[in-house]
Design a protein around this ligand. Structure first.
Ligand SMILES: Cc1cc2nc3c(=O)[nH]c(=O)nc-3n(C[C@H](O)[C@H](O)[C@H](O)COP(=O)(O)OP(=O)(O)OC[C@H]3O[C@@H](n4cnc5c(N)ncnc54)[C@H](O)[C@@H]3O)c2cc1C
Length: 327
């Protein structure tokens, strides 16, 4: 068993996902404290050029599983190839993004290796050579610290929590093509259809503008879309807005929706029920617009505007538009 950290980079739509770079920085820090190095693995088809930049982010070795059978994510194929690599290279820690793909792959991988898994982690610390992992539990009401009970230890990392290191083009890493044995693939994606309308992936967005029941109807989401458009933000929704059929479930933020950690979360006409907070409470800055000064959302908001969103949001859009134009 080595003291290395293996970061599983994720590729989507021909590009590395941002969380891959975030994990590189944190992976390197953990590896330094454990006394090992950080390595990375990427799976896909014709990805050699795509993965080379991972070396600029500190990877000391890049393992590539390049095969047409891996062009689209398949739970069994990806888990089999990674399990083989992990058994061979014996890292101490394996990090995956807590993305839709990572959340699906990590438990399968951990089970295949018969090791422990910590999901949706927000902090890592090495104490006396042991890894302590922080993760929110009970919909974010409490924070648990878990200790690795096996090696390798598999963990998924919440996107947008860690800052990616500055890339250094003078750094590079050897690329090693690894054998690909996907085993029997019983379930595979035949086609990937990108959702229309979603401008930025919600879980990776730097800014999110969300709307709730206070919008009164689906047509008024145009206000949210306009503000999001000016800010280059993703659009989110409360469950009330989703249950009313105003937005698709993929927009839902919260306990039974997506967990997001943007730099700025703007909540418009959202009361701030505990289940909604579970999905956005760890945002770096929260701005709430609500006509009710006692709305619970103001308890977690850094900035609050008490007022009618139908008046406030268009003003925000115009103000941000002129600020952006002056940049
Ligand atoms: C098991 C379970 C899981 C759940 N999971 C989720 C989840 O994942 N995500 C989620 O969001 N919810 C979830 N919920 C639902 C949650 O409890 C709330 O019902 C929901 O979040 C309320 O949505 P809302 O804030 O849009 O609506 P409301 O609570 O009705 O709030 C609307 C807000 O808009 C304000 N408002 C109204 N008009 C205006 C105006 N003109 N200008 C400004 N403000 C205005 C009101 O003051 C009010 O605060 C879950 C519930 C359960 C039981």
């Amino acid at each position: 068993m080595s003291d290395n950290v293996l970061v599983i980079a994720e590729i989507r739509d021909g590009a590395l996902k941002k969380v891959s770079f975030e994990m590189m920085g944190e992976g390197k820090r953990i590896a330094n404290e454990l006394g090992g190095s950080v390595e990375t693995a990427a799976l896909g088809s014709e990805i050699a050029d795509l993965v080379a930049p991972l070396g600029h982010y500190g990877a000391e070795k890049i393992f590539v599983a390049d095969d047409s059978a891996l062009a689209n994510y398949t739970p069994e194929g990806y888990a089999n190839v990674l399990a083989d690599l992990i058994k061979e290279t014996k890292p101490a820690v394996v990090l995956l993004g807590a993305t839709t793909q990572g959340k699906d792959l990590a438990p399968r991988l951990a089970a295949r290796l018969a090791v422990g898994l910590a999901s949706d982690c927000t902090g890592f610390e090495v104490q006396d050579g042991e890894l302590l992992i922080t993760r929110p539990i009970y919909a974010g009401k409490a924070i648990a610290t878990v200790k690795e009970a096996s090696r390798p230890y598999v963990a998924t990392v919440r996107p947008n929590i860690f800052t990616p290191p500055e890339p250094d083009s003078s750094l590079g890493a050897p690329v090693e093509n690894i054998p690909v044995d996907t085993g029997e693939i019983r379930a595979k994606a035949i086609e990937m259809i990108k959702e229309a309308g979603e401008r930025v992936e919600l879980t990776e967005a730097d800014i999110i503008v969300s709307g709730g029941r206070g919008l009164k109807g689906p047509e008024n989401f145009a206000l949210i879309e306009d503000l999001a458009s000016v800010l280059g933000a993703a659009v989110g929704a409360s469950r009330a807005a989703v249950d009313a059929g105003w937005k698709d479930h993929s927009y839902q933020v919260g306990q039974t929706g997506k967990v997001v950690t943007p730099t700025l979360y703007i909540a418009c006409g959202i009361s701030g029920a505990i289940q909604h907070l579970a999905g956005m409470k760890t945002s770096r800055h929260i701005l709430a617009v609500n006509k009710d000064p006692d709305a619970p959302i103001f308890k977690v908001a850094d900035y609050g505007i008490v007022g009618d969103l139908f008046k406030v949001v268009p003003v925000l859009t115009e103000e941000f538009k002129s600020m952006m134009a002056e940049r």
